[in-house]
Write a protein that binds this ligand. Sequence first.
Ligand code: BES
Ligand code: MN
Ligand code: ZN
Length: 501
Amino acid sequence: MKFNVATDYKTVSGEIILVGLFEKTRSLCGAAAVWDSALNGMIHRLISRGEVTGILNQTVPVVTDRHPGLRVLLVGLGKQEDVTLDRLRGACAAGARAVRERNGDRIGLPVDFIEHPAFPLPEKIRAYVEGVRLGLYRFRQFKTCHHDNSGHDPDVCTIYVGDLRHRLAVHTEVAKASSIADAVCLARDLVNMPANAATPSYLAAQARTLAKRWGLRCTVITPRGARQLGMNAFLSVARGSDEPPRFIVLEYRPRTMCRHRPIVLIGKAVTFDSGGISLKPSQDMDEMKTDMAGGAAVLATVQASAALKLPLHIVGIIPAAENLPSGHALKPGDVVTTMAGITVEIITTDAEGRLMLADALTYAQRYKPAALIDIATLTGGCIVALGNHATGLMGTDRALLHKIQQSADATGERVWELPLWQEYGELLKSDVADIKNAAGRPAGAITAGCFLKQFAGTTPWAHLDIAGTAWTKKALPYIPKGATGIGVRLLTHVLEHWDNK
Ligand code: BES
Ligand code: MN
Ligand code: ZN
């Protein structure tokens, strides 16, 4: 979809204009007031007749005989005192989908779609663009028939800026928000893809394609290379599968010299997690194609960083493998030696993500990073703790954790911190090796975090457990059913606001 910026409503032609409406408002404000007078008080009449209430995400078309060419769509914003940027994103998504259902080709979005003193212009524009793009997302790569009566995608969205002086600022924000939305959609596509298509080799090929398109450096370590580096924990996960693992490194550097140490992002990419010999129950096992959502988020965030031309050196590391049982597979009771030299007793082959991340964290040390952030669909325990509404946050560096929390609040990709107290770490003691890879059900998300901590060394490190947030069974306001693309907006926000001391 293409975004335009126009300054004059007179240029309206064939658009369906989205106009936000608060619940139970007596006096209309912003675009609602403007279009009410253009429509001779039609919006007021609809409200007094009770045909429009402004209830959150309700969409109501307004038509009048007097202006047959004019198509306005009212979008409920809910109660004025409850409105947030995240709700605004959802309202724009609802509006855009309603345009699609009416087979509208063009969306018109007045800059004062919502008028609210708490939302500065740039944030508003981002919410508009992200809402429209993310709300219209759908995954149809594997459908051979597109005639499903769900409407065709509008191809243009014009943002109307009342004040000429804001034009440039709006342009800049629209471009940034589009880049970020592109990245989220890339992550969603990769996660929605079935595991027979999105294999470790496919992810590596994708990384190479991104490198070409965005001028990034891409290194793919094959099993041979990984063996030479001593990445036995990473390799052990892939042993049961015929799909060869790939250790992917995708690096972005700004054009101008950057003398700061890099920020390393690590994303778990288990392209399918059957559990291995410790086989998972078959119920919902198809959802385990999403076990590469961390890797997808990292690939997409590196792309967004390049598109935004961030003044930072960013290294994305994506260990990719498939976890299947076979005669070659890793077994419970086996001991593997990690790249760091720490030996790990395998209690369950279903705790595979941490094995791959352990070697990735060790490999990352060669960059002498300023910070390490890993993101992974790591534990069912995190879903037990936080459900589907928050990503688990753990780590060793207060300042880094604080940055992430602030970005979570700003983007609506919420996080909640879990403690990594030493007592939890002690649960990982093994009788035969240095540590074991699982410590039973209690505090599963935390013991996984404690496991990773041992490989992060002294580098400021944070861990995001997205097991509950990477996938949604039901559609959310700006997230259709399926892959959410979680982590991309959060990590990109962290990087955009990074402060190199
Ligand atoms: N990929 C899973 C975690 C997961 C579960 C992600 C549900 C998304 C939805 C991970 O590899 C796993 O199997 N974790 C186990 C570890 C346990 C055996 C120590 C878990 O959390 O149950
Ligand atoms: Mn597993
Ligand atoms: Zn897994």
